[in-house]
Design a protein around this ligand. Sequence first.
Ligand code: CU
Length: 181
Amino acid sequence: MQLWALYFFLALIRLAQSNHGLRPRTVHGTSIRTRASTAVVRFLAIVTLVAALASAQSTVVTDDGSRDDGKMLRQSSATIPTITVTTPADDPYAFNGMPASINAGTYKIKYINNSNIPHNFKIRGSSTAGFKATPICSNCTKTITVTFKRYLNGVLSPNRLYVCEPHKTFMKGTVTINPAI
Ligand SMILES: [Cu+2]
């Protein structure tokens, strides 16, 4: 629950209690008003509580954006770095050129498959972007743009597996996402 809502809720409860105490119930004519105002205050308190609970649910972290945006690389679309990953013809199940670690930020990943075996390059970006993958093809060059953050759904997840989907049991690797300075 957000703090303002909690204070408001407690204030309303206190008001409801003080209403009860201050206004004599025995006096004819005022008792109805007292009960009515108490009911209104209670109703407002319940509405506030429900609204607070609803807003508490809506503020659950669903993306890592709020956790490490300050540590992302400062980039414009013109300055997105390119990482080139290659599968050579003479080593047709290798992923060459992927760094062991990169700074959090957005990258173009250019996958060059120089072999006759169909491959692709698949990796998970940020929570909202999900997985990104190039099409499966042989003797082809495909590029994907991926944003990497260190957190996924609020959980620190800096080690990202990348795979070739048709050969994911052995054609794979891991890149670590570091905080950008
Ligand atoms: Cu493959």
